[in-house]
Design a protein around this ligand. Structure first.
Ligand code: CA
Ligand code: CA
Length: 381
């Protein structure tokens, strides 16, 4: 069993991070996602960050580790945490690198370990999390709690709804809320699917109908999607009735998909969205990679209707939202008139998370807003 991150690499990362340090006053505990194989020992390095923006802008620079104490404040409910051993810290011997097991909190991470711990995942591991704080040695300023999420590498499909037997508790929101109609037929990429049918709604061809409607995930989807970072959201949409032409397009910018976190940003809420997707009828499969890369199209809702051009989210914002997803909505309402649209094969796939290193951007005020320690295991299987 070997950890995927060598001591040398950890050290180099920290040196690089330290070189980027700016004037430090208030520490903050960053949210770190990690992925690990089952029944494996994993090195986890926690870096202390300075919550003061740099002089060059709002970029947060990592702080020098020796100026901070990192304290584990809440144990992971699953698996075990160990300090690094003396031999590993001082000589780099990988044999016997596990030091003292951490069995109660609070406990400080050994400073000589460069704030590195070992997490041991059990055989049936799916996910877990623990919490920590950062304290400055100079003035004992303590950060709010940060979170470390650890998920199994093998969860390729985090969640899915393929509607083989029914609507799977998805909801459809128009002027009213109900479950979408189920069909056991097939058409294009729709095969045993749900749809918005005429009889439920204010469906009147040729009538102006600009009120937006959407499909919404069931409650089973609520919780952590951290392992979907860099993964994909995929689904199929098919048209039955409506005028899917440029003349009747909902005007841009318009929502197509949202991923929402009610508890983020101190319960002010945060959500990212895909907007301005064009659909010309027939059936279409969509796949969106979930990360902050502008090319993948996610934009952060500014919660200000006057702002038309939404900003690209930071990695930290995307991870924060994925940490406690409260809802996902698919606005299959493509036209300004009424339309009947089918929906199928909603799949969330896990991605490769980026671990450690120097994050190039983050916002301290969106950290530590996750109230639930018991985050659900993803999946409807
Ligand atoms: Ca299906
Ligand atoms: Ca419409």
């Amino acid at each position: 069993m070997r950890a995927s991150l060598s001591y040398t690499r950890v050290f180099h990362l920290l040196v690089v991070c330290a070189l980027l340090k700016v004037e430090a006053t208030t520490p903050y505990a960053k949210h770190f996602p990690y992925r690990t194989a089952r029944a494996t020992e994993k090195l986890i390095t926690l870096q202390a960050y300075d919550s003061n923006p740099s002089a060059a802008g709002d970029i947060l620079e990592p702080a020098i580790y020796a100026n901070y104490v990192i304290t584990i404040t809440k144990m992971p409910p699953v698996g075990k945490l160990y300090q690094l051993s003396y031999n590993y810290v001082t000589h780099g011997y990988e044999v016997g690198w596990k030091g003292q097991e951490i069995t109660s909190v609070p406990v400080d991470v050994l400073a000589a370990s460069n704030h590195t711990l070992i997490y041991v995942a059990p055989v049936n591991f799916v996910n877990t999390r623990f919490r920590y704080t950062v304290r400055t040695i100079s003035d004992s300023a303590v950060s709010p709690e940060g979170i470390v999420d650890i998920v199994a590498e093998s969860n390729d499909i985090v969640m899915y709804s393929n509607f083989t037997f029914g609507h799977e508790s998805w909801t459809l929101h128009t002027a009213t809320t109900y479950n979408p109609t189920y069909s056991a037929t097939s058409q294009g990429c729709l095969n045993h699917f749900v749809y918005k049918a005429d009889e439920h709604t204010d469906f009147t061809m040729d009538a102006d109908n600009t009120d937006r409607w959407y499909f919404e995930v069931p409650s089973q989807y609520k919780g952590s999607w951290v392992n979907a970072y860099n993964g994909t959201m995929e689904f199929c949409v098919g048209a039955f009735e409506g005028r899917f032409t440029a003349e009747y397009d909902q005007p841009d910018p318009k929502l197509f998909v949202t991923i929402e976190c009610e508890s983020c940003n101190n319960y002010l809420g945060m959500n990212i969205a895909q907007r301005n997707v064009t659909f010309r009828g027939g059936t279409s499969s969509f796949a969106f990679q979930i990360n902050e890369n502008p090319y993948n199209g996610w934009r952060l809702d500014p919660h200000d209707f006057r702002i038309v051009d939404w900003a690209v989210p930071t990695r930290e914002e995307v991870v924060s939202i994925l940490s406690n997803v409260s809802s996902v909505k698919v606005y299959a309402d493509f036209t300004t008139e009424a339309e009947s649209v089918g929906f199928d094969n909603f799949i969330i796939k896990a991605g490769d998370m980026i671990e450690t290193g120097c994050y190039d951007s983050a916002l301290p005020d969106i950290i530590n807003t996750y109230p639930e320690d018991n985050w659900p295991v993803g999946g409807l299987t």
